[in-house]
Design a protein around this ligand. Structure first.
Ligand code: 15L
Length: 264
């Protein structure tokens, strides 16, 4: 598709939002920022909740695409997840439908499949593995993916759901040697998701070109994503400091790592 110009960025004040605010304009995007909290350095940002229908409709006006990052980024009581992630994402999609926005890049998470056991042979997990949420948070990401599928089939909105691994400046754990997404690769991935060929709803994992990758990047590469970073650069130091993961460790057994043990 032609590169979108006007892009609504929800969750613009968050960690990934901050990275994208700094990096996406160089790719030619004009960002319209939306967040519940003031967005540092963005006096024109729309500071509102996703439940605010009027603010959301105004935010969508004239937009070519949405990058939807807003929401609670980890486990929380179900009521909070319901309001912020489930209902919030529904409201976002319905406002996009009403405004005729053709494409959404939806921040899903690896925790949509977090209770999947890691393959014993060390192979990567594909996007067509069944959803297996590890938390209410992961469940909300499954909802978002399924909502995107419905809005693609019913209304023709294209979505790329990015099952983001571990976004961080550098890997901080042995798990992250497989799950790391560097800031520069995150920008490359979102750019690919905004511009790459999509039929309806597509799911892609979001990690760097990690030698020890846990997830298969075929669908991300089909969008044009070419990751350049590799957590392996940090492997020797991290393993010397923390030791290898053992089979009993939840960080070893399940894709979602410690999230499988989280209780709100
Ligand atoms: C996520 O989805 C979280 O938002 C983030 O904080 C990390 O915990 C990440 O997953 C991860 O799995 O490392």
């Amino acid at each position: 598709m032609n590169q979108p110009r006007e892009v609504l960025l929800t969750g613009a004040a968050g960690r990934i939002g901050t990275c994208l605010r700094e990096s996406l304009p160089a790719y030619g995007y004009r960002l319209r920022c939306f967040d519940r909290l003031p967005v540092p350095g963005e006096p024109d940002a729309i500071v509102a909740d996703l439940q605010d229908a009027a603010a959301l409709a105004a935010a969508m006006d004239g937009v070519d695409a949405v990058v939807h990052l807003a929401g609670i980024p980890g486990e929380a009581p179900f009521g909070d997840i319901l309001a912020a992630n489930i209902e919030g994402t529904y409201r976002l999609y319905d406002a996009a439908r009403a405004a005729g926005v053709p494409r959404i890049v939806h921040a899903s998470s690896n925790h949509a499949v977090g209770f999947t056991e890691r393959p014993a042979d060390g192979s990567t997990v594909r996007v067509d593995t069944p959803q297996r949420p590890d938390t209410y948070y992961g469940l909300s990401k499954c909802f978002g993916e399924n909502l995107a599928s419905l809005y693609a089939d019913r209304h023709g909105i294209e979505t790329v759901s990015l099952r983001i691994g571990s976004f961080a400046p550098r890997p901080r754990s042995v798990r992250m040697l497989g799950t790391w997404l560097s800031p520069a690769d995150c920008t490359r991935l979102v750019h690919a998701a905004l511009t790459g060929p999509v039929a309806g709803h597509t799911v892609a994992y979001g990690i760097s070109a990690n030698t020890r990758a846990w997830w298969d990047l075929t669908s991300a590469r089909a969008l044009g994503y070419r990751p350049l970073d590799d957590a392996e650069l940090f492997a020797a130091d991290l393993i010397a400091e923390l030791g290898e993961l053992t089979a009993e460790d939840p960080e070893f057994r399940y894709l979602g790592g410690r999230f499988t043990q989280a209780r709100p």
